[in-house]
Design a protein around this ligand. Sequence first.
Ligand SMILES: O=C(O)c1ccccc1N[C@@H]1O[C@H](COP(=O)(O)O)[C@@H](O)[C@H]1O
Length: 216
Amino acid sequence: MIGGFKISVKIKICGITNLEDIKLLEAYPVHYLGFILYPPSPRYVGSRLSELLKAVKIPKKVAVFVDAPYEEIKSALDLGVDLIQLHGRENLDLARKIGLQRCIKTFRIKDSLSFDELDYWRDAYALLLDTYKEGLPGGTGKTFNWDIARDIVLKGHRIFLAGGLNPDNVLEAVSKVNPYAIDLSSGLEKSPGKKDPKKIEVFFEKLKGVTTPLVS
Ligand SMILES: O=C(O)c1ccccc1N[C@@H]1O[C@H](COP(=O)(O)O)[C@@H](O)[C@H]1O
């Protein structure tokens, strides 16, 4: 219960790089697990994706790309990834080739966002809202103005809220924005690419009663 209302939200944990964290997260109600396929990232999994995917029992596996060629994205799909998070400047042609219903399109929020641009992506699986930071496409650990996210949710878009979420601010974010899903990465880490079991425990303790049941 938040503010007297029962709010249901799905959970995506992103930036997974190792088997230990996959095992750890199995004990919690996680709906989506994300893997970074952007080589400059400290969370880049590269060719280890195949081995990691085999260990995942969590309902949906997401591969995160930044302006990657279709062939690389196709390879991830062939390995068993369910959804593709397009975290760069990808266009609709690429998304249609992948299958729009398999795409989560990221919008990095600076000051505002054109609703027209969002509407073009209405048939995507979801839109992900992250924080804009010059030179860093994702994993910024910074929040943005959640009023913008709230307006987008009110327009009827299915939103994954990302950007700097952590155990301390997650309840406020959920109650303010009421997104379809929340996406956490660096806010649950001990160091880049390694999750912190204590932060994860505190996070799920705070979210008790707020998450939706797991469905595959
Ligand atoms: O985490 C990264 O290094 C990364 C690199 C390139 C694209 C996306 C990346 N991370 C994603 O960004 C959002 C928000 O992350 P955070 O919670 O602020 O750390 C999330 O989807 C990450 O997986």
